[in-house]
Design a protein around this ligand. Structure first.
Ligand code: SF4
Length: 320
């Protein structure tokens, strides 16, 4: 059974931690609630950190030609510098972080589609903004997993996000205390997962380990950069299918034609977006156990994050 290192996640404090929204409410998120047991959260409320109370008058993004400001219409206060200074300092001082979960549509935390108003009063708005804190996250950690709690309700987005943060957490531990042998083991058990994300970068990572040109710290550093880069994009459906087909090759001679056609049928449904990757993974996992294929059993592709989060994934979507 795979042991999981806890990912470190910076999250908006109003999601499941404190009722710190402008109206003193808290946002519920099943994903965050259930991740609490498996992750280390660093919740933060940027608006409270810059001195706004709870409850408080709302703030909004206001556009002026090229610039976007954070203003409080009731007082006319311009909070842009305060928010940028706080965000810069907070994020600069973050020691370790594997990903971010921020509140959607907030003028401070929203990662996309935040309303930008044309003025303070009675002004129209376009939904093309990014909250100021979120923008600083994007600037400082352009390749780290970043999602909002709304997007995480989507099964595929959630699968990818969880896969990324648990892979990064696993590597973070090795980077701190691992030997060269641990690096090789990491690469070996993640091989199929890395190939699914990006074959070209995965091969560069393998070459880095076999080259023997750098010191251990040098290898860890360069390998870590490539890993973050590789995980910065989601894997293509076709790449995941290639990995699943590759796995099928390990037991195809032992399966009945009905089992194989059931599997291929499911792959097609996955390609069409009608079922999640997890369904196919579970099918392969059942064959890994049945035929005792040790190499595949160790591959993180088939268990990229804790099993309980996988089961919860299904429950959420059934509940809608
Ligand atoms: S969205 Fe961000 S700034 Fe607004 S209440 Fe939540 S944590 Fe605070």
């Amino acid at each position: 059974m795979r042991q999981f290192e806890k990912p470190i996640i910076v999250s908006s404090k109003c999601i499941e931690f404190e009722p710190c929204r402008y109206n003193a409410l808290i946002i519920s998120s099943k994903v965050v609630e259930n991740l609490k047991e498996y992750a280390i959260f660093r919740p933060v409320c940027p608006e409270v950190e810059i001195g706004l109370g709870i409850p408080r008058d709302p703030v909004r993004l206001v556009r002026d030609k090229e610039n976007t400001s954070l203003l409080q219409p009731s007082t006319g206060s311009d909070l842009t510098s305060k928010m940028n200074d706080f965000s810069n300092e907070f994020l600069t001082n973050l020691k370790d972080v594997d990903g971010f979960i921020l509140k959607n549509r907030s003028p401070s935390c929203g990662i996309k589609n935040v309303k930008r108003y044309y003025g303070l009063e009675n002004a129209g708005a376009v939904r093309d903004g990014v909250g100021l804190f979120a923008q600083m996250v994007i600037n400082k950690f352009p390749y780290l997993p970043l999602e909002d709690e709304g997007r995480l309700r989507n099964l595929i987005i959630r699968e990818n996000f969880l896969t990324k943060i648990f892979t990064l957490a696993d590597f973070r531990k090795i980077k701190i205390e691992g030997s060269f042998h641990d690096m090789i083991e990491f690469h070996t058990r993640n091989k199929l997962l890395l190939l699914a994300f990006n074959q070209e970068i995965a091969r560069k990572m393998g070459k880095l380990l076999s080259d023997g040109k750098l010191s251990l710290d040098g290898v860890k550093n360069d390998y870590g950069k490539l890993l973050v880069h590789l995980l910065s994009k989601d894997p293509h459906v076709s790449s995941n299918i290639n990995v699943l087909m590759h796995a099928l090759g390990y037991f195809s001679k032992k399966l009945s034609s009905a089992e194989k056609s059931f599997f291929l049928d499911n792959l097609e449904k996955y390609r069409e977006g009608r079922i999640p990757l997890l369904v196919n993974i579970n099918l392969i996992k059942s064959w890994i156990l049945r035929f005792d294929v040790e190499y595949l059993d160790k591959q993180t592709f088939f268990q990229p994050y804790p099993e309980n989060l996988m089961q919860i994934t299904f429950i959420y979507d059934k509940m809608g």
